[in-house]
Design a protein around this ligand. Structure first.
Ligand code: P6P
Length: 339
């Protein structure tokens, strides 16, 4: 047992020293979030025993069948965050409308989250995760919705929890990206991946991976079609990229962060904005990847520059190696209307 291990709490308190005026509310918020994440990790681990698999018999705001674990995870996030006295309002993938915190419990932060992303993979034990983005409540905001609809440029911190062979929290702030692995024996997240940086394409250990659901190839626009083709049939002596696609965004993005590559969920002829939700999936994941030295795009520019207009708004998303994202954006310049 490492008696000098760094936990998320001690890490955040250390970071807080750089900001003398900091109130410590963010530390409290993150601790509440960690409690919800630990409870989700425990529920995911024992779902088969606790009969938490299967559908909850309801569907969420965007029509996805809600799994029992989805509902449990959502309630854990909402309740832990409300009782932290640090949150003013929140938005969840599982709730159609924003969630206002009762006045006596209101704090100065806003949080948007997908409590259990990839839940269609739960029953077959594929890696799933929780995704979150945290903003400060703007002083001049006139309505709670205005507090929620903030772009990625105002993110205070963002990250995700991976419920895989281990449970890991990846936390991005303006100072960088750090990974914490849950030690179930003490119930603490321990700093195991300080200052995470995406590998540079071609650097030792970097992998040539493209991650996309090839089943939709018939509906891709010309830019995506041409890009994926170039990965599979590269010109000259370049080696092809391998295809890896879990179908669980947290798993696919975490692999991209660690091994390198490009994750794509583009627009299709049937879904002009793709599938991935901007506020609580694309923005947090883009913030993490960009802070780790990668790039994000909706085909035109960084995801973080998009001004959200609706809570459950979707956006096409490309994440990963900078030079690959640049190639994709050049193709969208070449085919501006996708055709
Ligand atoms: P498809 C999971 O439902 C999710 O929202 C993301 O986690 C994942 O990247 C995507 O959908 C997978 O969608 O259409 O490829 O099955």
């Amino acid at each position: 047992m490492d008696t000098e291990c760094v936990t998320v709490t001690s890490f955040v308190l250390e970071q807080k020293k750089k900001y003398p005026g900091a109130s410590g509310e963010l530390t409290i918020l993150l601790n509440a979030l960690l409690t919800a994440i630990k409870a989700c990790a425990a529920a995911v681990r024992k779902a088969g025993i606790a009969k938490l698999y299967g559908l909850a018999g309801s569907s969420n705001t965007t029509g996805d069948d809600q799994k029992k674990l989805d509902v449990l995870a959502n309630e854990l996030f909402i309740n832990m965050l409300k009782s932290s006295y640090t949150v003013y309002a929140m938005a969840s993938e599982e709730n159609e409308n924003l969630i206002e915190v009762e006045v006596p419990k209101q704090g100065k932060y806003v949080i948007c989250f997908d409590p259990l992303d990839g839940s269609s993979n739960i029953d077959c034990l594929v890696t799933i995760g929780s995704i979150f983005g945290i903003w400060k409540k703007p002083e001049n905001a006139k309505t709670p919705l205005e507090c929620i609809l903030q772009s990625g440029e105002n993110v205070r911190c963002a990250g995700y929890a991976v419920y895989g062979s281990a449970c890991m929290l990846v936390l991005a702030t303006k100072d960088g990206v750090n990974g914490f692995t849950l030690d179930p024996s003490i119930g603490e997240f321990i700093l195991t991946a300080p200052n995470m940086q995406m590998p540079q394409l071609g650097a030792k250990g970097s992998q040539r991976i493209y991650s996309i659901n090839e089943g939709y190839a018939r509906n891709w626009d010309k830019a995506t079609t041409e890009y994926v083709h170039a990965k599979k049939f590269p010109e000259g002596k370049d080696k092809p990229f391998a295809n890896r696609y879990v179908g669980s965004m947290v798993a696919d993005v975490h692999r991209t962060l660690l091994y390198g590559g490009v994750f794509m969920y583009p627009a299709t002829k049937e879904a002009k904005d793709g599938k991935i939700r901007l506020l609580y999936e694309s923005i947090p994941m883009s913030y993490v990847v960009e802070k780790a030295g990668g790039a994000s795009s909706n085909g035109q520019h960084s995801i973080l520059k998009i001004q959200p207009e609706k809570i459950h708004q979707r956006s096409p998303i490309f994440l990963g190696y900078k030079e690959e994202i640049e190639k994709i954006e050049k193709l969208y310049e070449k085919y501006p209307n996708g055709t």
